[in-house]
Design a protein around this ligand. Structure first.
Ligand code: PAF
Length: 287
């Protein structure tokens, strides 16, 4: 059976035992309410490491005051069964007081890549993510950590942080896992009404329209055209309220203005609200 460790001390003790036995460790950080996207990360970690640790922690620091922390979906029983079946060795499952003592005072801020897109709409979000991921990487000292491409800006922020602060961990990015109709899997999809759920694949359709323009009309490849075509697809769906559409440099996340330097790729990304539910998706086209 999968081991459930709720304290930093117990997690560290398990790690030193695995290290003594010269085991490699893969780490999958999550906020729980797992879907097939998370389980794909776990399976990949299992292929590449002797030991797989998953964490489940709904991190209060990365939620804004008006966001969905209190109603964020939770189901530890179900999650632990899924993780066990997917081959996880141990689950790190701390409570908020274990992670944040009352006088907790430190935060990790990754400037620039944190600022636009999700960071622009959700001020402080990536400070919360970078802070908790630093803590988790210091507690679960793994060889590799696994993240989904779905959160493209989170990956850019974490990669930059790992490089800048010399964390000795390799970041492995895994493809977004989708429902049959193209909707990216997300723990937040459960909030959608039936009607919103039917409309939600419009995110993927918008990204595909921009990708088609990129591949089929290279002379029209510029930031403005790519954003315009995504916006037009979203405008055709009355339930979709876009927060942003973006065509940006994949490493710096700087928005492309007009011309895209030849040889550069593009990160197409968007955030769209359906009622009170906010969905994100992206597509990375390599240069
Ligand atoms: O991607 C997530 O689920 C969270 O942002 C993470 C990386 C677990 C940090 O809380």
């Amino acid at each position: 059976v999968v081991e459930v460790l709720t304290t930093v001390g117990a997690m560290r003790a398990a790690l030193s035992e695995w290290r003594r036995a010269a085991k490699t460790v893969g780490f999958v950080p999550t906020m729980g309410y797992l879907h097939d996207g998370h389980l794909a990360l776990v399976r990949r970690a299992g292929q590449e490491n002797d030991i797989v640790v998953a964490s489940i922690f709904v991190n209060p620091l990365q939620f804004g005051p008006k966001e969905d922390l209190a109603r964020y979906p939770r189901d530890f029983e179900r999650d632990s069964k899924l993780l066990e079946a997917a081959g996880v060795t141990a689950i790190f499952y701390p409570d908020a007081s274990e992670m944040y003592p009352p006088d907790f005072s430190t935060s990790v801020e990754v400037s620039r890549v944190s600022e636009g897109l999700e960071g622009g709409v959700r001020p402080g979000h990536f400070r919360g993510v970078a802070t908790v991921v630093s803590k988790l990487f210091n507690i679960v000292t793994a060889d590799k950590a696994y993240f989904g491409q779905k959160d493209a800006q989170q990956i850019a922020v974490i990669k930059r942080m790992v490089r800048d602060l010399n964390f000795g961990i390799e970041i492995v990015v895994c493809p977004t896992v989708r429902e049959k109709d193209g909707l990216a899997m997300s723990s937040r999809n459960v909030y959608l009404s039936a009607e919103e759920r039917r409309a939600a694949p419009v995110l993927r359709i918008a990204l595909e329209a921009a990708a088609r323009l990129w591949h089929e009309a290279p002379e029209q490849r510029n930031g403005e055209n790519l954003r315009k075509i995504m916006q037009a697809v979203l405008d055709s769906e009355s339930l979709a309220n876009p927060d942003y559409v973006s065509a940006a440099d994949p490493a710096s996340l700087q928005e492309y203005a007009a011309e895209i330097p030849s040889g550069n790729g593009v990160l197409l990304s968007l955030a769209v609200r359906f009622g009170a539910t906010r969905l994100i998706d992206n597509m990375l086209i390599e240069g």
